[in-house]
Design a binder for this molecule. Sequence first.
Ligand SMILES: [Mg+2]
Length: 218
Amino acid sequence: MKKTALISDFDGTISKEDFFNMAIERLLTPDDLQPWQDYLDKKITHYQALDGIFSKIHISQKALDAFIDSIEIDDKFPDALKLCKKFMIPVYICSAGMDYYIFKKIAHYIKEYNITVISNAGKYSRELGFKLSPPDKNDIFYDKNTGISKEAVVKYLKELGFFTVYAGDGIPDIKAAKIADAVFAKGALLDFCKKAGIKTFKFDGFADICRAVLSGVL
Ligand SMILES: [Mg+2]
């Protein structure tokens, strides 16, 4: 029997609301969002748009820490991690956002459960805001648009012989969900999967993943 690996998106999947949306609502002005329009107009890449928008955040380190602390995490995410550890299911978090707020918010889980985080590197200073760096172009998980390729992460784990379980909620999760062995989808990803005829598990939150692990489905 194949060993299982869990690959999860972070924003809107592990967290309840995207960092991007939280920042727009609470830290940025409409003028700061021009890079997103440039991305939609195909003038710049996805990660360049995020880099441009997040570089407009100029709050104190203390205020930023408090802001990141206010990110809400799925209540059952810790339980899912415990179960994955028990059943020796490695956990990967892949995010087309940046690693900065993931590490700040769930550092203790990453360490305790040996989670692999694959994302763009983010650095912050009050003067310059965030600076995003994608992986090196030769990195196996590099993608020229989003910086990291979630699809490449799933492909890599499949090649290692894992039964890949993907959890996500958005458009950037589509390519990964298409090739994963099992999919937990909500939001825009669920809408896509329904249209594309991709079978998905019910996914209102990590409680559903806990149930699936316990019932031996995964
Ligand atoms: Mg998401």
